[in-house]
Design a protein around this ligand. Sequence first.
Ligand SMILES: NC(=O)c1ccc[n+]([C@@H]2O[C@H](COP(=O)([O-])OP(=O)(O)OC[C@H]3O[C@@H](n4cnc5c(N)ncnc54)[C@H](OP(=O)(O)O)[C@@H]3O)[C@@H](O)[C@H]2O)c1
Length: 239
Amino acid sequence: MNQKTAIVTGTSSGIGLGLVKTLLANGYSVVANARTLTQSNTLQSSEHCFLVDGDVGNKSLGEELSKVAIENTGRIDLLVNNAGIFVPGNFHEYSEEQYRSIMGTNADGFFYVTQPAVRHMLKQQSGHVVTISTTLAVQPIRGLNAFGTYFSKGAINAATKSLAIEYADSGIRFNAVGAGIIDTPMHKPENHDYLKGLHPIHRLGSVEEVVDAVLYLEHASFTTGEVLHVDGGAHAGRW
Ligand SMILES: NC(=O)c1ccc[n+]([C@@H]2O[C@H](COP(=O)([O-])OP(=O)(O)OC[C@H]3O[C@@H](n4cnc5c(N)ncnc54)[C@H](OP(=O)(O)O)[C@@H]3O)[C@@H](O)[C@H]2O)c1
């Protein structure tokens, strides 16, 4: 059997770092990316792990990620669009800089990285794109004002569904993980008590729980267009 190849963005910490380690342990070759990946010393390059520094909001970086995968392994089986940032703020005070920053990573990054990968998956007539979204996109919370997050991750959920339909006949699946609040460097420990209260299961999620969801989706060959919530039940209702 051919070894599978994955591209994962945002891998210098948190969910992305956990994903790369697990995919490597599961026999994948991985092209890993973050802006400061090589400086962070969190992953070592190897025969099966290719490190690419760069900003997903740059078109050329998106093309480079696919190029590195093809030149080194000849395939792209899985793309995980994980790079993402959180920029809180009231809508009426959101600066253009904040808006450009979050849309550049969360929305432009999806477009620039996914398009070249899908072009290759079309040639293979197979592939899977998973994007890390958030439950906030379907369930905004009073007092948690973060316009760019709702706007960009809502777009991710819509793209996941529309592209699942567009490419269903081409063997390419699109899914997303609607994450609750996950214990990563994105959140300061002093905020954890408040954040735990945002889930009916009163704790933060772990990186491993999100990684498990991505692996499940990877194996779920009849599942496409799904936003799988890993959020302690937060999407289900009120508590
Ligand atoms: N943690 C949560 O509670 C939570 C909840 C819902 C959804 N999510 C989503 O899960 C994903 C991962 O979040 P996390 O919690 O693991 O965050 P994290 O620990 O802050 O990691 C984010 C990663 O993305 C990279 N990154 C940021 N901007 C980038 C860019 N423009 N280009 C390339 N890489 C970039 C960062 O590295 P560099 O700084 O080196 O680039 C880092 O490796 C994000 O999409 C986030 O929106 C997280």
